[in-house]
Design a protein around this ligand. Structure first.
Ligand SMILES: Nc1ncnc2c1ncn2[C@@H]1O[C@H](COP(=O)(O)OP(=O)(O)O)[C@@H](O)[C@H]1O
Ligand SMILES: [Mg+2]
Length: 249
């Protein structure tokens, strides 16, 4: 089910102004794979996504990216005040690939509408982006990445602040996109969700572990990832959760 390698990091270190924030990254994402990225707040998840998006040069090691990357940044809580519709935002994905002076044509509009339909928002095309819920805005940004024809999607805590309906729809969409051959990396605080993915990467200033969830998500790895700040799930069953389960912007 998995295909060509879309991204490969080897002994990669990344950070800001030559200050390393995450080191020892050795992992890959293949076509068709969903990678869960786990770590405490400040562990380096967003920094990794910025590096993969090309915004931060590697400070050591290597990072090879073979396909177009689409990024959904961690949600901004502020609402956009300028009047762009959901369709306008999805269309930006088409304009990114064409000279900016070419206005969007019929084909681009159709692709943008198809992408909004794929994320379950066909009926919100004309809604103002800033008036959508946080979860709906995330899905519009996902539609924009689909219009860009990204082969590798980076979703930075997409479920934070999402209502259950949006989260369920987005998870199902992630599954469909992976089945179509896209690679998808999802930063999440939800261990149960990460167990459903193909691989997981645990970060806490450095790579703690990478591999299939069943092999990686052992208690010692989870303790090291969250600095011991974990709690047993009430009711037993051996389940454990990061203690700081709440969302951070
Ligand atoms: N723009 C920035 N400039 C300098 N340091 C930053 C910047 N953004 C994040 N950091 C630092 O990098 C570390 C990792 O942060 P981040 O990647 O946001 O973690 P996470 O997304 O896992 O919560 C933190 O110590 C944070 O303070
Ligand atoms: Mg983050």
């Amino acid at each position: 089910m998995t295909g060509e390698i879309l991204l490969e990091a080897r002994d990669l270190a990344i950070g800001y102004d030559r200050r390393v924030v995450v080191s020892g990254l050795t992992f890959s994402i293949a076509a068709g794979q969903r990678l869960g990225v786990l770590g405490p707040n400040g562990g380096g998840k967003s920094t990794l996504f910025r590096a993969v998006a090309g915004a931060l040069p590697p400070l050591a090691g290597s990072l090879v990216i073979r396909e177009r990357v689409g990024v959904l940044p961690q949600t901004q809580r502020s609402r956009l005040d300028y009047p762009v519709s959901a369709l306008d935002v999805a269309l930006m994905g088409a304009l990114a690939r064409h000279p900016w002076w070419r206005s969007a044509g019929r084909a681009e509009r159709r692709r943008a509408l198809e992408a909004l339909a794929a994320v379950g928002l066909a009926d919100r095309a004309d809604s103002l982006f800033g008036e959508l819920s946080g979860g709906q805005r995330q899905r519009v940004l996902l539609a924009r990445a689909l219009v860009e024809e990204a082969q590798l999607l980076l979703l930075d805590e997409p479920f934070s602040g999402m209502d259950t309906a949006s989260a369920t729809a987005t998870l199902a969409l992630i599954d469909r996109l992976a089945a179509r051959g896209l690679g998808v990396a999802i930063a999440t605080h939800d261990l149960d969700q990460a167990r459903r993915f193909d691989t997981v990467l645990c970060l806490n200033g450095r790579q703690i572990a990478f591999g299939p969830p069943a092999a990686v998500l052992t208690r010692p790895v989870i303790e090291e990832t969250y600095g011991g700040a974990i709690v047993d799930v009430p009711g037993g069953g051996g389940g454990i959760l990061p203690a700081h389960h709440h969302d951070h912007a």
